[in-house]
Structure formats: C-alpha cells, structure tokens
Design a binder for this molecule. Sequence first.
Ligand code: 3SK
Length: 523
Amino acid sequence: AVPPPERFNFARHVFERNARRAARPAYVDDAGALSYGALEERARRCAAALLASGIRREERVLLLMHDCNDWPVAFLGCLHAGVVPVAVNTLLTADDYAYMLGHSRAQAALVSGALLPVLDKAMALGPHELRALVVSRPASGLPAGAVAFDAWLDAQPPLAAGADTLADDIGFWLYSSGSTGRPKGTVHTHGNLYWTAELYAAPVLGLREDDVCFSAAKLFFAYGLGNALSFPLSVGATVLLMAERPTPDAVFRRWTGEVGGLKPTVFFGAPTGYAGMLASPNLPARNAVSLRLCSSAGEALPREIGERFTAHFGCEIIDGIGSTEMLHIFLSNRPGDVRYGTTGKPVAGYRVELRDETGHVLEGPDRVGDLFISGPSAALMYWTQRARSEETFRGAWTKSGDKYHRDADGYYVYAGRSDDMLKVSGQYVSPFEVESTLVRHDAVLEAAVIGIENEDGLIRAKAFVVLKDPAAAGPALGETLQAFVKARLAPHKYPREVEFVTELPKTATGKIQRFRLRERERT
Ligand code: 3SK
C-alpha cells in the first residue's frame, strides 16, 4: 500500500475520497440517513464549533455516544479541527468515566442524552476540566451549561481549512482494558486509521462502494471503529448503525431490512454473537438476508461455529485477530481461503513472530509462542503509563499477549492468552482448545477452562460450562463431557472437573475473563 503523505488528516482524507459521493448515504441509523455530503458538512461544522467553544488543537474531548449518525460527525469533526477524540465504551460506570475525565484531561464532552446521567455522576466524583458539555439527541431538558449537538453545529459555518496535521500526529485515543489495573489510554495517530483501511479493508475483505456494512461491535471499540468508520468511509460504502445491544433478534432485524430498510452485505461480529445467533429459534433463512461476507474477531472463532454458519448462509466468516494497540486486524483468514479453527495468515504489511520465554523467535510448525506484531498501525503508547507501554510496545514490535502456534501449512492457531495457558504434566494445555472441543458437544453453549491445583499441588484443567438447556446439568452429563474431550484430545487435556454455570464472566468486548474464574476458585 502507498503510505499516507507526511501532511495528512484522516477527516480531510475521508472528505476528499468521497467528494463525488455527496448524495450517497454514508450512514443509516435508527432515525434516518446521513449522506456523504451531509456527513462532511456536519463534521466541518463540528470542527468549527469545537474551536468556537475554546477547544484547541491537541486537546482531548470525551466522546461518549451510542452508535448513531452523530458519532462519526463528532469523531471526524474532532480530527478535522486537530482535536483529539477519546472514544469511550458506553457500558462503563461513573467511576470509570471519572477516571477517564481526569486521566485524559478532556476539555469537552460529546455525550448521548441517554448517557448524561452517568456522565453527570462521574463529573461529581472527581476533578475534571470540562469546559463544554454537548448532548446528542437529548432525552429531555438540558442541564444548565449544556448545549444540544444539533444547535451547537447549526450555530457555526463549516470550517473550510482544518488542522494541517501530520500522519504521525496524535489523532485519537481508545481505552484498552487489561486483566488488571485501570484502562490504558491507547494513543493512535491519523495515519493509523489510513493504514488499517488500506491494508485490511480493501485488500483482504475486498470492501466495495456498493457494500452495506453492519458491525455488532460498537464504534468505540477498535474493531467497530474500523468496521463502521475507517473501512467503509475509505471505499465510499454505506454503514448501518444500531444503538441497541447486539442481541440475535436486534441483528436479525437489520439483516432482513426490517429496521433501516437496507440489507447489510458485510457483517462484523464476534464468536459469542455468532454462537447465540445459531442457537436462536429466529435465525433467518438464507434467502432472507443479503450477506456476502462476515468477519469475526474478539476471540478465536471455534471451527464448529464457522462451519455451521457457512452451511446455513452459504457465506464465509473471515476470522482474524487484531488489538486495540494495533488498531485492527493483522492476522486473518482470506475470503476463498478460510480454514476454520485457525486465524489464517499475516495480513500483508504486518510482520508476525512467535517468541519463546527468552525472546527467541520460534521457527517451524507447532511450537507455541508469544505473538508479536510489527506494522504501521501500532499505537504510539499508553498515555502516562511508561512501564505498561514498555512492556507492550518494544521498538517496532508490539506484544499482543496471545499465544499461538503455526501449523505445517503456515496457518496460525490460537492457543489462549499468554496468562491463561496451563501447563499440565509438563505440557502446555490451551484452555481454548479444550473449550472449542467442549462446544462441539450438542448440549454445550459456551465453556471456559482454567487451571486448578489438585491435592498434590499439580495443575489440572477445570471446565465451567453453560448449557443450551440448563435443566440437563448433572454429574452424568459432566462425565459425558469429560469422555467427549478425552476421545478427541491428548489424555492430559481433559477437564478433571466440570461445573455447570448459567453464564461466564466476560469483558465488554466479549472476551472470557478466566482470571475471574480463577479468583472465584481461590476464595
Ligand atoms: O479483538 C480483536 O481481535 C480486535 C480486532 C480488531 C480490532 C481490535 C481488536 C481488539
């Protein structure tokens, strides 16, 4: 791919790429459509409004909004003004937002009306530097000092000349949650948005102008930001946005055109979502949808789910892995070359290495190591977190925190998080491998595996299992599942204990939090 010019602003890039598409719909949300022309005009007004509110270049602005047409207007408006949007998860607590307000020193907040109460609470919890509070789609009256997003935009003419930023200027932040500690403010550049679209959206996914993209992952996630903003806007496609939670029924209503009136051609989801949809009695028929391609990330896609989905819809799920730190996917399957049960091969433009505990690169197949990535979309740092930055960002290389091995054909196979691996009888056991085997059993909806100490202090695998029919739980089914795994994997891998639970602890992105299960076992 051609690098971005040194002087580069991602918002300007989007405006220029879509200059001839003014009448085409860029976004369709639950309330209506926003054309490419209107997106540019409103984003330019937003940039002007930020400057008129006294927000200066490089200052941060909290972006706490549900997915709706105002979100991309706000994000691109900030970039156009050279202001740095800090896009945050809408599902957090007042305590989390209080931390983020203080840590980012946000000078303004752009917030959905429905999220105003929690932001209000956060503002009361700690010191903050907010000088403007702008409310998108206010639910009722505005609090003193707040202004409605539409009125704020309408009061300014569009800003013609935006900030003359460099591709390497700080563009935006995303907070990345780890298994411990406060979330990390991950600092990305304008150029990073360009790179992910040029290296993945066009060459791997083959996104096109006539696509309708729909992402179950919200815009504040790195995955959602690519799926529903930088990718489609780089090719002039249309995006369907949904504010509500991506339950199977909510997704089906969009797939069939019942809501939004457009049938998505490309869907972006996560394995838990695909599993829930396949288990739903309302799964639409193949001819009721127009999907040509699906994407999966967030955690590795079990082979069984990919195969069942393709058998039903005749459409492949392209499983890949990315990270908030690399901004999007760097290792992926390819349309027409999907090997379910693997995460495919490195995306051109990225280098991938597997390293042992001493940092040596592992050559050859079937050797489990820590995944490191080098590529042009890596974040600059975690804001004000030198030690955690140094642990993750190592020169040109970024440590992902995932374990992988490469099979004899060069496909990468997920082997769990670095800190979730078990060593049983001196051999690595990937909790993920045992979990993917368990979910192949008809009775099982989801499973999580952790290591527990037996009476000899040795590590053995224990499985927490969510059943499709919770009434089937009992010792007999536990033994059946153990035998099921034993018949399919090496003997040391079968779970010595099976506990039936009604749900698994997960992060906001749907990743299983095995550390919570470990904590529970210790108490
Ligand atoms: O979880 C992932 O695989 C992912 C993919 C794209 C962007 C961000 C993330 C975390």
